[in-house]
Design a protein around this ligand. Sequence first.
Ligand code: RNT
Ligand code: ZN
Length: 411
Amino acid sequence: MTNFDAAKETYGQIGVDADKAIDTLKKVRISMHCWQGDDVLGFDSTQLTGGISATGNYPGRARNPEELMSDIKEALSLIPGNHKLNLHASYAITDEKIDRDKLEPKHFAAWVDFAKENHLGLDFNPTLFSHPKASDNLTLSNPDKSIRDFWIEHCKASRKIAAYFGKELSMPSLNNIWIPDGYKDIPADRMGPRSRLKNSLDEIFKLYYDEKYMVDSIEGKVFGIGVESYTVGSHEFYMNYAAQNNKICLLDTGHFHPTETVSDKISTMLLFNKYLALHVSRPVRWDSDHVILFDDELKEIAKELVRCDALGRTFIGLDFFDASINRIAAWVIGMRNIEKALLFALLMPHKTLKKMQDESNFTELMASMEEIKTYPFGDVWDHYCKIQNVPQKKSWFKEIKRYENDILSHR
Ligand code: RNT
Ligand code: ZN
């Protein structure tokens, strides 16, 4: 009897089918963010702006498309499952010197080839930061119409590129708009910028795309570095805009006050929206974008997605950028952790637990939830890695060291 067989039996006793859990997990695609590989620099800028920051100077940052692709492939070889890659417009691959408002699908053809070769889907993001026209953190809400128009054109171009991804890869591509807009100090006018942002979005979304190819999401935030007092695109702003305009409201786990949890917001969003999008990150004291750990909040998010039966209508993306550790290991740890959290949630007897809650049987509910924590989850996880042909336990780390010695240390 293998460890997995024994674990299957243990889970069977509480009415959980471990094979079924694995089958469900296999179908979930996580969108792995390309920007962990190069500290969010992209190929068209030299400095990260927008009130976000990647700290650390671990050697081996990917400096060009070849290096980034090689690093992504290396990470994917150590992560179970079939996934998506999340790109930013600043990662266009072209010899032409073109500004962001003029980007076209052809500038991302190399990424489409890469996605096809590696069985990946693609998601997309317009890049409204790290650019001279965003130096004051005012883009779609800028009082200057010519600057607003530039960014509107950029967002329109992004939607077209995302739709091209969707068509080429036969899977909807999520085009997510996040802007850095805000003010460092108490504003004299809060309505003006928000109403300009609303008009800009209306203009961007005018053109209809089939959701088979492309879906739009919008991402709010509480504050950024340098824009501490007022964020134009707040959570309430986008939540209302999304509801009224049938867009997807994206929740980034680092974009709320430290005592708010995104896990608690998921059920509400699902009740009122067809789709939900997430940027899973780990805020430490602020929106610090630390690598996600297999911690309580990650498990709670996964539990919500599973017990609300929402895996089929949630776009799960990761969003962290740690430059202080091996960047490929950061991807692998984060991706394996979200997969672990989902598997952990899929191995819970949710029906039984819900019944206990409805019958006010809180003592047994607590007892059951606590006991499940030490069930042989690790054996099911190891089995999943095995059948997906990726390394089990920490054995993937040897490969990270090899790649670091052979490749990263020569950069
Ligand atoms: C910034 C947002 C945004 C970015 C990426 C790079 O706070 O979270 O999603 O992190 O687009
Ligand atoms: Zn985000």
